[in-house]
Design a protein around this ligand. Sequence first.
Ligand SMILES: [Zn+2]
Length: 415
Amino acid sequence: MQAAAAPSAVDVAEVVLKHYEDELPRTGKPQPHETTVLAAFVLSTAKTVEEDAAACLSGSKRSKIGDAIHDSHAEVVARRALVRWMLAHARLALLGVESAVVVGGCIFVDTSEGGGERRLRLREGLGLHFFASEMPCGDACVSASSGRRTGAKEVTTTEAPPEASEVESGEQATHRARRKPGRGEATLSMSCSDKIAKWLILGVQGCLLSRWVDAVPIRTLTILLAESSGCRETLRGAQESAQRAFWGRTRGFDRGSSPPRACTPPAIRVISHRDAAGGIAEKLGLIIGAGSSSPSRASKSGVSINWSALHYFEANRTFGPIHEVTLSASGRKAGASKRLRTGEIFNSKVVSTISRYHTLRSFLDLLEEEHGSALGSMAYDDLKAGLGTDYYETWKRMKEDKGSIFSFWIAKRDG
Ligand SMILES: [Zn+2]
């Protein structure tokens, strides 16, 4: 495949920031006294990164509690929205469904050759790009030279769940696997740095979609930093940390072998927020810079927004662009607690469309549509194992590789 030139970091940042400012409704955006983190996946065409191709955006606070149940970091919310969106596109490609809501055709092409297993691949000329308005938590935040630290806790054993009370003091080590920061209950989600490292090796499509879709690589990662472009040392240090955390720590893996590994080295770029779109990130509540004009933005927004372009599907129907606001602490849509108080234990209306429940439901719907028969219910983890994908087998081997950062992965909460 002839790869088109990747868009610059500034191009990616501006498309995301302007899209967030202009296209997303106010609901869920931070109040003047609040701050939030924005993460997004954007699709570029052969020519340029197009505004209306902005795939999935997520604004999300760093939740103080509740990570043990739901990982609401913006990076993970954006990726879940991306999987939901790709699942809808896989359906279109597999069933040959024409849909008025799809602009420019389906992102996947069918590469199956008669009779065999159906295989889909990202259409030639398309490139996927990741953006985050601050350095993802975990190893990327650690810098021995500058004293940069992360709130994420190092994972040193897989024998017992980590204790919440562990506090790391002194200098922090780099090249380590970490779990998400959190008070109260110990968090069992791996840090975003670790999850991104996993996506870069296996592709961002995840285990379920690997049933049909070849690895979808992330071509570029753009991270916005609060520091101004004048602080060259800081920007360079952050760039080195990001490079190490997302790609360098996994150098030992045998990349470039058989699928599903997304083996192309990504471009990892760290830029000052002042260099993108006239510094609007600060105005949008995404950056609290040194000498900030908005020192009153003291509290974190308590909600998560997830937004995707085009459509998703549910119960065999497709819907237009989706914009959903959930409470970060519970991971459920607003109104959930009221329903629970009235004795309702489970109501799918308050479960986010990017929850495991909905993702699995959509996946099973598609499997049933493809096979033309009902499958019944299946446990999420059993299903992943039962699909027999290269993705599952490769991921298993990565975790068994003693000493690798993936050997410290805490089970169950992978994303
Ligand atoms: Zn994170």
